[in-house]
Design a binder for this molecule. Structure first.
Ligand code: GUN
Ligand code: ZN
Length: 443
């Protein structure tokens, strides 16, 4: 045991398999009274208190007796520059972008402004229990620099990159494709793999890129195959129609990205609502991942994501949960799970609380091919975790009156009520790489 060892006593929940495909008892690990041991920011052990207490009898134990601890949550798609325009009234996607989004993103040319919002955004993620996020920026290098600098100082796992836009937006939000190419190359060299940071080549969506720009994005991907590609796909009917007009050679929307070498097992596509079976099959074959953004899809009236198609047994597509703020209506993944549940109810399907948490932990880690580093309490993974208070508000206390869940059935009941009623108030504390970075009692 070194001086950096931390020993935490509480109840613990994580996943060892996918609860969409395996039974709850085979996919879930629930340790009712456990010890989590963290050393140098990594997990050294998780087991029952009884089995580990002798080994750590000299350690000072941090105890959360009435709480539940899960791995840190992962948000697969979120726009940090849109934090301040969340909840903008009355429009669907393309009009919403013109009216609200583009003017706000213009402000991120100012490095100081970008820094202020990056600080707010990352602290807000942590207050909500989110420790890893795939983040969109703007066309301005200042916005990328601010986000990565602040994420690095918090030791967070942030995947991000400069937004690529060359057409179909106001002049103040357009960049020259070859200038963007040079800027992104420099940023990849500066940030990709630095501490816990990773880079994503981020064309906004097909509509705002010329074929020339998408081919430069493909060139970057070929030059740096380990970086991610992150963009939007088939969110809204008018968007799909406009894309078909702009790219008449492509057989469908996904094919635009395929033609430019942008679809691989390191690609994340947000939304994927208006996709046919052929596209789901090709996504499955490529290993690309979908970010399911239920609060956004309901708020903009985009449609209902067919989660069951991505979870098919024949052509499965990797999928995780995402807030998509500012079209999404909350940075809380609990609020997002609640809307994911409703999106599935509208399709006559039920999403269990364990499936919902899987989509925001190990499932999302797999979507990012980062399951060797984050997403569960496996030994040697990075020690990002959230301490949940299942009685955080009067109504949660009324609904969850007695203490700990004694078994999986009780846990399902209590955790489901939390996912439906909870928000940032249910996050008692958030740890990143073993360090306490958000603590409800200090707000
Ligand atoms: N498609 C292109 N840009 C955006 C955006 O900023 N938000 C959402 N929800 N969809 C988009
Ligand atoms: Zn988005």
């Amino acid at each position: 045991m070194s001086s950096s060892t931390k020993v935490i006593r509480s109840s613990f929940l994580d996943f060892v398999e996918d609860p969409f495909y395996q039974s709850e008892s085979d996919s879930i690990r629930y340790v009712l009274d456990g010890l989590l041991v963290v050393e140098d920011g990594k997990i050294q052990a998780l087991g029952s208190y009884e089995s580990l207490k002798e080994r750590y009898s000299d350690a000072e134990i941090i105890s959360y007796p009435d709480k539940l601890i899960t791995p840190g949550l992962i948000d697969l798609h979120v726009h940090y520059p849109q934090t301040e325009m969340i909840g903008a009234y009355g429009e669907q996607l393309l009009q919403w972008l013109d009216k609200y989004t583009f003017p706000v993103e213009a402000k991120f040319k100012d490095a100081e402004y970008a820094r202020t919002i990056a600080v707010f955004f990352l602290d807000e993620l942590l207050r909500n229990g989110t420790t890893t996020a795939v983040v969109l920026t703007t066309i301005f290098p200042e916005s990328v620099e601010a986000l990565f600098t602040e994420a690095q100082s918090r030791k967070m796992r942030i995947i991000a990159g400069q937004m690529m836009m060359t057409r179909n937006a106001p002049d103040f939000l357009l960049n020259d494709a070859s200038t963007a190419y040079g800027q992104i190359r420099e940023q990849i060299q500066q940030w990709h793999g630095l501490d816990r940071l990773l880079y994503a080549i981020t064309p906004r969506f097909a509509i705002t890129s010329t074929p020339e720009e998408l081919s430069l994005a493909g060139k970057l991907k070929a030059e740096y195959p380990n970086v991610y590609v992150h963009t939007h796909l088939a969110e809204n009917v008018s968007e799909v129609e406009f894309t078909a007009e702009l790219f008449p050679e492509s057989k469908d929307y996904l094919n635009v990205y395929e033609q430019f070498g942008l679809v691989s097992d390191r690609t994340i596509f947000a939304h994927c609502i208006q996709l046919d079976d052929s596209a789901f099959t090709r996504l499955s074959e490529s290993g690309a991942a979908i970010a399911f953004c239920p609060t956004s899809n309901l708020f903009l009236g985009s449609g209902l994501f067919k989660l069951d198609k991505s979870k098919s047994t024949t052509t499965p597509v990797k999928v995780g949960l995402a807030t998509d703020v500012g079209a999404g209506t909350s940075l809380s993944q609990l609020r997002t799970m609640c809307d994911a549940y409703k999106v599935m109810q509208l399709q006559n399907k039920s999403l269990s609380v364990f499936q919902a948490f899987y989509l925001a932990t190990l499932g999302a880690a797999k979507a990012l091919s980062l399951e060797d580093k984050i997403g569960s309490f496996e030994v040697e993974k990075e020690a990002d975790f959230v301490v949940w208070d299942l009685q955080a508000t009067p109504i949660m206390k009324l609904r969850n009156p007695d203490g700990k869940a004694q078994n999986l059935a009780e846990l399902a009941e209590k955790a489901f009520a939390t996912m439906i009623l909870g928000d940032d108030r249910a996050v008692a504390a958030t740890y990143v790489a073993g360090e306490l970075l958000a603590n409800h009692s200090s707000y």
